[in-house]
Ligand binder design. Structure first.
Ligand code: UDX
Length: 447
């Protein structure tokens, strides 16, 4: 028989909420997924993920079939569960600060529901929020709407997630740590108990700390990773000026030092995705408002912006001028195996190419539909990598798709007007491509 303490509700069936719900249910935890979007709820009920994430559809189908996952637009269902995770979005405002309106609405709705509840209920903030939000805005809204105080009848924790798109299910099933920020042991113990049930003997290290510290862990993690990418891109740009130097070798060598580590040292066109830029901006804004200007993180962001110009400069150097040239962008997604183009470096590159008068035509195995929603007919689109290259003056590799990796010089040369290749993802062997006009980020000229 399942213990009552295992029932959880999750408010916000976006990327994080849905992956969390599907994995909870896959481990036998009764889960209620709540979202205000009725169409989304309907889709989840059918066991179909409303977004692309490997393994998610399979888990979702099982979860719905086994009735361990239920989806609803009615937040009062949270009343029948023991804890509620808030996984609503925290987008950026104009000035970079986070927009807490979804958090406020969800907390208020939940508080109204919990007003009539007898017994303890734990509220867990999983959304990425700046330090002080859980103990500030969330606590205030929760207490006001529920008429209860956090402590006795209500528990409140911050519990950030570290899921990567494309591997989110695996990340949720095998995290390197769990961070729980709480004000009291009762709430911390309840949440730890849930995770103990989830992970059994494979429970990862649990960091028990304050809500503020838990909130900062998430930002520090993304700021570090983003800085690591901007770091290697900076080294790449230096390496590129030096004959016989390839940044790949530099990354391999420095990565062997355990203090540095080999991951996140792939030079490229700059980071994208829904988190890094948004979280860096929120952290910078938050810190500046507290009277400290985090120069390093501003440089991380600036370096990332400039990296797109670097890619365009490389194309311009090959072509002389970009005006009226047919430039092919191979890859639109912010990384491979996703249809997500949020903050993708391809968009920054396309915008620069357009400014310089190029005719841009793009191909991506998955992200064309999303790009069309954003760029419409500002650029042209093709159905496959060969037709896109016909008559092209230059091709720029923007996403490291496996299907692009397989392409050989013969897949470019016969189709293109001039075989100019800018490999912003460094996916080709420079020797193999040396008979074309091949340049790559971080690759110095060979003598
Ligand atoms: C990131 C964090 O990794 C995750 O922990 C957090 O919860 C959300 O943000 P995600 O946005 O899915 O995850 O993508 P990630 O795989 O981290 O890549 C981010 C960007 O950095 C991509 O554009 C990627 O191409 C780029 N990147 C990554 C590099 O350019 N070089 C690298 O070595 C690694």
């Amino acid at each position: 028989m399942k213990s009552r303490s295992e029932a959880v509700s999750i408010v916000g069936m976006g990327y994080v909420g849905l992956c969390t719900a599907a994995t909870f249910a896959s481990r036998g935890i009764r889960t209620v997924g709540v979202d205000i979007d009725e169409a989304r709820v309907e889709q989840i009920r059918k066991g179909k993920a409303p977004l692309h994430e490997p393994q998610l559809d399979t888990l979702l189908k099982h979860a719905v079939k086994s009735k361990l996952l239920e989806a609803t637009s009615d937040i009062s269902s949270a009343n029948d569960t023991d804890m509620t995770f808030l996984t609503v979005g925290t987008p950026s405002q104009q000035d970079g600060s986070i927009d807490l309106s979804y958090i406020k609405n969800a907390t208020e709705d939940l508080g109204n529901v919990l007003r009539g509840k007898r017994g303890y209920h734990l509220v867990v903030v999983k959304s990425t929020v700046v330090p002080g939000t859980t103990n500030g805005t969330v606590k205030r809204f929760l207490e006001q709407s529920s008429g209860k105080n956090v402590g006795s009848a209500l528990g409140l924790c911050a519990n950030p997630e570290f899921l990567k798109e494309g591997t989110a299910i695996n990340d949720a099933l095998h995290p390197d740590k769990i961070v729980i920020g709480s004000n009291d042991m009762k709430s911390a113990n309840r949440l730890t108990r849930l995770y103990r049930k989830f992970y059994g003997p494979k429970l990862p290290p649990v960091i028990l700390t304050s809500p503020e510290a838990a909130e900062l862990v998430k930002y520090a993690s993304n700021a570090f990773l983003a800085t690591k990418v901007s770091f290697i891109n900076t080294v790449a740009n230096i390496a590129q000026q030096i004959p016989n130097v390839d940044v790949g070798t530099i990354a391999e060598a420095i990565g062997l030092d355990p203090r540095i580590g080999s991951l996140f040292l792939k030079a490229g066109p700059g980071y994208g995705g829904s988190c890094f830029h948004k979280d860096l901006q929120a952290l910078i804004n938050y810190s500046q408002n507290n009277g400290y200007d985090p120069t390093l993180f501003r440089a991380t962001e600036e370096t990332n912006e400039q990296q797109a110009n670097k890619v365009v400069d490389m194309a311009e150097t090959l072509l002389g001028s970009l005006s009226n040239k047919k430039v092919v962008v191979l890859g639109l997604a912010f990384k491979k195996d996703t249809d997500d183009i949020r903050e993708a470096s391809s968009l920054r590159v396309i915008s620069q190419l357009k400014k310089k008068g190029a005719h841009v035509i793009a191909f991506d195995p998955m992200a064309i539909a999303n790009t069309k929603k954003q760029l419409a007919d500002q650029i042209s689109y093709a159905d496959d990598p060969h037709s896109v290259l016909k008559g092209a003056d230059c091709a720029i590799i923007m996403t490291e798709w496996d299907e692009f990796r397989k392409l050989k010089p013969k897949d470019f040369q016969p189709y293109m007007k001039t075989p100019n290749i800018v490999d912003a993802r460094r996916i080709y062997d420079p020797k193999e491509f040396s008979r074309l006009n091949y340049v790559a980020i971080g690759l110095g000229a060979s003598r």
